[in-house]
Structures are given as structure tokens and as C-alpha cells.
Design a protein around this ligand. Structure first.
Ligand SMILES: Cc1cc2nc3c(=O)[nH]c(=O)nc-3n(C[C@H](O)[C@H](O)[C@H](O)COP(=O)(O)O)c2cc1C
Length: 297
């Protein structure tokens, strides 16, 4: 970091917008599956904790509670819905419409999971009662079997036709792919390697981010996730050009150890650390977090 000195940082405003929606800070909750593995209240607790901390939550297609129940747990909160496009398009379409009816304001298409990457340290299948709560009764339970590995950029237009919602593409690691997503109708992309859980050896997101930001320009928004653990990591991501960050595992750790309050505590700590880091870097607003704060990109 190259902090600036003697800027008036007596007031620090972390508020911004994502796809035009005002948010109090740029720290969002990443979609993660099967949250009841961590806490009996699962996604319902995450929804409450995120709302308490002012974080927009992205609900996973693989949630272990219904979309409607998650929405009802925090009715006033902002939410997006993460989409895995299934071989059964009718199912996907129905999920999207349920999400829209439950107040989701955008769809996040996860593009890096044509197959679910194997995790050698957790090969046990999920307990039946935390399997996908939003699948139709005839759908396969097994991990990944249901995903359609044949989808291409055309699926973005298809997804847009299923609802009135904007589409964000998650899992983009290249400038050329980001451009193609936008040309195909995406409103934003998430630079993500799925927390290192898909292609082993995939580029770190902090390295991929500048290429994607340069390629997208002002035509769409760019968010990032992966390994964001401290406020200064958020500061760095924003300086590299991200508009917002998503938090995966730390939210699950908060959920597992403290339910809704644990989720809120994790997100509030990140927000408070970002507040401090911005102040110490000489940035009083999100707009003042620019790439000159970095020694290298
Ligand atoms: C247990 C777990 C489950 C996940 N499930 C999903 C999912 O259902 N859909 C999705 O798009 N990403 C999923 N992800 C990826 C996260 O959205 C995110 O990209 C990743 O965790 C990176 O952030 P982190 O380093 O803060 O965890 C999952 C990640 C974890 C750790």
C-alpha cells in the first residue's frame, strides 16, 4: 500500500451502489451451499446476520433452506440469487422465477462449475437433510450431476428471458471472457476461482482482477472474491478496480460458531477494518480508493 497523508479523513463514507442498488458498504455475502451443515438454522441465520450487518446476501442454488424461507427470515434485506444452470432447464427457470418472486434483484450465474470439482478431503456425500432444498422431487441429489456442462455464452440471454432480472456472471478469470459475457448481455462479472475449489492451479483473483477491469472498462461492474479476510484485503480489491467483494468461508465460520450473530460479527469486523484501513490510507470515500494506493498492480 502507498497511503496518502494529510487528507481529511474525519468522516469516512463506505457507502456505494451495486447494479444501482445503494449498499452501506461494498462487502457482500458470497453464495455457499448447504449451510445447515454448519448450523441448524443454516441460510436463515445467514440471512439475519447479513441483514444486521447491512450486507447483501447471494443465495445459492444449492441452499439447504427454501428461497422463500430465506427471504422471510430477513424480509427487508437485499438479496441476489446464484444460478447453476441445470440440465433440466424447466427446473432452473422455475428457481429463477421463485427467486424473483421472493425479492431477489439480480441473478448470479456461476460459470466455473460445469462439473463440481472433487475435494479429496471431503468426499463424504452430504447428509440427506442438508441436500438441496430447492430441487424438485425427481431431481438427482448427487453433487454436480444435475449441472449442464454444455452451456455457452448464449445461456446469459436465455437466463435474462426467464425473469426481468439483470445477470451477473461469476467465475470469470480472463479479460476476453469478461468481454464476451458483457456482449452476451451480462451486467456484471465476479472475478472468482470459486475459492480454489474448481480448477486446481487457477490464477489468484488479485492477479486476474486488473486484466478483467481493464477489459470491461465502464461497460459493466466487476466484483471479486477469494481469500478476503481483512479490511485491508477489501481496500486492495477496490484499489485494483473491484466495485464490491464477496465473502465466502469467513461467513460460514461465523455461522458455524455463532449463528446469525456470528455472521453479523464477521461482516461487521470486516466493515470496521475497511473503515480503519481507508482512513489510514487517506481515502474518505469509496471513490477515493484508487490504484495509486498500490505499489504494484
Ligand atoms: C463450502 C462452500 C460452498 C460453496 N458453494 C457455492 C455455491 O453453491 N455456488 C457458488 O457459486 N459458489 C459457491 N462457493 C464459492 C463461493 O461463492 C466463493 O466464490 C468462494 O468461497 C471464495 O471466497 P472465500 O475465499 O471468501 O471463501 C462455495 C464455497 C465454499 C467454501
Amino acid at each position: 500500500m502507498r497511503p496518502r497523508v494529510l487528507r481529511d479523513v474525519s468522516r469516512i463514507d463506505l457507502s456505494t451502489t451495486v447494479l444501482g442498488e445503494p449498499v452501506p458498504h461494498p462487502i457482500l455475502v458470497a453464495p455457499t451451499a448447504s449451510q445447515r451443515l454448519g448450523h441448524p438454522d443454516g441460510e436463515l441465520a445467514t440471512a439475519r446476520g447479513a441483514a444486521q450487518a447491512g450486507s447483501l446476501m447471494v443465495i445459492s442454488t444449492r441452499a439447504s433452506a427454501t428461497i422463500e424461507a430465506i427471504a422471510a427470515a430477513a424480509p427487508e434485506a437485499q438479496r441476489w440469487f446464484q444460478v447453476y444452470v441445470m440440465r433440466d432447464r424447466g427446473w432452473t427457470s422455475q428457481l429463477v422465477q421463485r427467486a424473483e418472486a421472493a425479492g431477489a434483484t439480480a441473478l448470479m450465474l456461476t460459470a466455473d462449475t460445469p462439473y463440481v470439482g472433487s475435494k479429496r478431503r471431503s468426499t463424504k456425500s452430504l447428509l440427506d437433510d442438508v441436500s438441496m432444498a430447492n430441487r424438485p422431487s425427481h431431481a438427482p441429489i448427487e453433487q454436480g450431476e444435475a449441472h449442464d456442462p454444455s452451456i455457452t455464452f448464449d445461456v446469459i440471454a436465455w437466463l435474462r428471458e426467464q425473469s426481468g432480472l439483470p445477470v451477473i456472471v461469476k467465475g470469470v478469470l480472463r479479460g476476453d471472457d469478461a468481454r464476451r459475457c458483457i456482449e452476451a448481455g451480462a451486467s456484471a462479472v465476479v472475478v472468482s476461482n470459486h475459492g480454489g475449489r474448481q480448477l486446481d492451479g487457477a490464477v489468484a483473483t488479485a492477479r486476474a482482477l486488473p486484466e478483467v477491469v481493464a477489459s470491461v472498462g465502464t461497460d459493466a461492474e466487476v466484483y471479486v472474491d477469494g481469500g478476503i479476510r481483512r479490511g485491508v484485503d477489501v481496500l486492495c480489491a477496490l484499489a485494483l478496480g473491484a466495485r464490491a467483494v464477496l465473502i465466502g468461508r469467513p461467513v460460514l465460520w461465523g455461522l458455524t460458531t455463532g449463528g446469525a450473530d456470528g455472521v453479523a460479527a464477521v461482516l461487521q469486523a470486516l466493515r470496521d477494518e475497511l473503515h480503519e484501513a481507508a482512513g489510514l490510507a487517506g481515502a474518505a470515500t469509496i471513490a477515493e480508493i484508487t490504484d495509486d494506493l498500490l505499489t504494484q498492480r
